[in-house]
Design a protein around this ligand. Structure first.
Ligand code: GLN
Length: 249
């Protein structure tokens, strides 16, 4: 079993060890006998729908985002087609913002987006920083918690009818007001949660791997064999506890 990952702009969008998410996907795939083949997709490199099963893009400061935003926007058509054909996506913070329509950054400059996710982002005067806990339901009737760390000036506004990734239990989330965090379109997920996110939320890593395998092999997402995740669960509990402790502060 091979899972082909397209890592967008690894040299520009990689803060808070976001690259660690790839390492988690690689390990958890290997423990199930699957090989993760990661290729970097940089400036002037094409997105070819069907060539990758999972796209990953990390976070970044406004400056780094501005350096790649026009190029990412030009890749929008390919990415929208790939997502439409069932490719999975994990986009974190700055990468999440640039998969929307646009990001108006702290300087007021409007950075074009790829138009993959139904949202837009406008930076506010303060940064939203701290541990964050959300409740998700990616599978009907299956409630799951996601814990991570957020640090963003951007306030993200979902289009009417757009599906958030989850409900904020503690923290700011998309805009500190709506009570929602992230966005989901099919197998594409965007979130503000860094950390990196996946080591402390192994269920999401497995969900992404299963979606990517369904794209690679056709059919429904497979049930992946459970792993002994004691360490991951403890990391989750610490992060969730810190977020809960922030509530009402
Ligand atoms: N530069 C963006 C913002 O401030 C994203 C930050 C990030 O990726 N952590 O909102």
């Amino acid at each position: 079993m091979k899972i082909r990952v397209g890592h967008l702009y690894p040299d520009y969008l990689n803060i808070y060890a976001d690259r660690g998410n790839i390492a988690v996907l690689e390990r958890r795939a290997a423990w199930r006998g699957a090989e993760l083949v990661v290729t970097a997709i940089g400036v002037d490199e094409r997105v070819e729908p069907g060539r990758h099963d999972l796209y990953y893009v990390g976070g970044g400061q406004d400056r780094e985002q501005a350096l790649i935003a026009p190029d990412l926007a030009a890749k929008g058509k390919g990415l929208r087609q790939a997502v439409g054909e069932g490719a999975a996506v994990l986009a974190v913070c700055g990468g999440y913002q640039l998969l929307g329509a646009f990001y108006r950054d702290v300087s007021g400059a409007e950075q074009p987006g790829a138009g993959v996710l139904p949202l837009y982002t406008v930076a506010g005067g303060t940064r939203m920083i701290g541990d964050c806990l959300i409740e998700c339901e990616l599978e009907p009737g299956v409630q799951r918690a996601l814990a991570g760390f957020e640090n963003h000036a951007g306030r993200t506004h979902l289009d009417v009818g757009a599906e958030p990734l989850g409900r904020v239990v503690a923290g700011f989330g998309n805009d500190g007001e709506s009570g929602f965090e992230g966005c989901r379109v099919g197998r594409a997920v965007g979130t503000y949660l860094h950390g990196p996110l996946l080591p402390r939320n192994p269920w999401l890593a497995d969900w992404l791997l299963a979606q990517a395998l369904a794209h690679a092999e056709g059919g429904d997402p497979p049930e992946l064999e459970p792993l002994a995740d004691e360490l991951e669960e403890r990391a989750h509990a610490v992060s969730a506890g810190r977020a809960q402790a922030r509530r009402g502060k």
